[in-house]
Design a protein around this ligand. Structure first.
Ligand SMILES: [Zn+2]
Length: 203
């Protein structure tokens, strides 16, 4: 019965449905195993992104929402010891958000983010601009969705192989990506992304 109900979300193959079921379970397992850490860091959204082409679902990338987790990410972009950087595909999405707002962005700061070496001034600048261009009341990189996809991409994943799911810990429901993440993570598959009209076909 569960399968038939989920078909209403749109065109999903049996394999995709099965993948989503596994991924959703991993998100819930993570929350159970990390409940203390999540409440301590005020995390409301937990995201997992799975590279379906080469990994097991248990190796999926984790993304946690919130300022504390965003700051940790920015710390990593500033640290020479850490190999984290902002992937070009995510930067493309940021440029699209910039264009939609009709503003301009300092390409040098983006380049530093892409190289994984942010200066203090870049960090301050990006913190402001990424809030200004946001279509929601939070910084574009505040979401775990975009940061988990970023990590998967820098580990060499193809966008079209990526499948994500986001869980709202407070409301205890899976949710769609926000308007920002729909743009910055365009080309990936996301649980509940199919807001298309109901299709008759059953798969
Ligand atoms: Zn988002």
């Amino acid at each position: 019965m569960d399968y038939f109900r989920k078909c209403r979300y749109g065109k999903l193959s049996a394999e995709e449905l099965n993948n989503y079921i596994n991924l959703k379970q991993k998100v819930k397992d993570y929350i159970v195993a990390n409940s203390k850490k999540l409440s301590k860091s005020n995390t409301t959204m937990v995201s997992k992104v799975w590279d379906t082409s080469k990994q097991k679902v248990s190796d999926s990338y984790i993304g946690l929402s919130g300022k504390k987790n965003l700051n940790k990410f920015l710390d990593n972009l500033q640290s020479q010891k850490n190999s984290m950087y902002l992937h070009e595909d995510i930067i493309e999405g940021i440029r699209e958000l910039v264009a939609r707002k009709g503003v301009e962005i300092n390409e040098e700061a983006l380049m530093h983010a892409n190289k994984g070496y942010l200066t203090n001034a870049d960090r301050e600048y990006l913190s402001t601009i990424l809030k200004d261009i946001s279509q929601r009341p939070w910084n574009v990189l505040n979401c775990g969705d975009v940061r988990a996809v970023n990590e998967a991409l820098i580990k060499g994943a193809n966008k079209s192989d990526l499948m994500g799911a986001s869980y709202n810990v407070g409301k205890q429901i899976f949710e769609m990506r926000c308007n920002n993440c729909e743009i910055t993570t365009k080309g990936t598959q996301w649980y509940l992304q199919q807001a298309e009209p109901y299709k008759q076909n059953m798969y």
